[in-house]
Design a protein around this ligand. Structure first.
Ligand SMILES: [Mg+2]
Length: 114
């Protein structure tokens, strides 16, 4: 099952919105980024952790980072999907990318429907 930013924001607003504790959510976000760092350090470290063993842990911690990032956006009424498209468009022009995100998505959709 796929989830969109809009769906995740609506869900997290339902979950956190009425309390609006962005400082607490930000502290959780930083904690989760630290957990990602630990796993990446483990994977590149001399103890050479099995990459397959840490793959699921990495996925879980990245999901936690997204959770708190989107939660902060949601309680502040930020449309993260729209913001990502808008920022990418600017970056695509600035850094001369061959395609921007919105065009890339439209192309993928045309491939699957056409
Ligand atoms: Mg975590």
């Amino acid at each position: 099952m796929d989830v969109t930013f809009k769906e995740l924001e609506a869900y997290l607003f339902h979950h956190y919105g009425q309390w609006g504790k962005e400082q607490g959510l930000f502290m959780k976000l930083v904690e989760e980024i630290g957990e990602v760092a630990e796993i990446l350090n483990m994977r590149s470290g001399s103890k050479a952790a099995n990459e397959a063993d840490t793959q699921e842990q990495l996925a879980n911690e990245l999901a936690d980072v997204i959770h708190y990032t989107v939660a902060i956006a949601a309680i502040n009424g930020i449309d993260l999907g729209e913001t990502i498209i808008r920022k990418d468009k600017k970056a695509s022009i600035k850094y001369n990318h061959d395609v921007d995100l919105e065009t890339f998505i439209a192309g993928k959709k045309a491939q699957t429907t056409g």
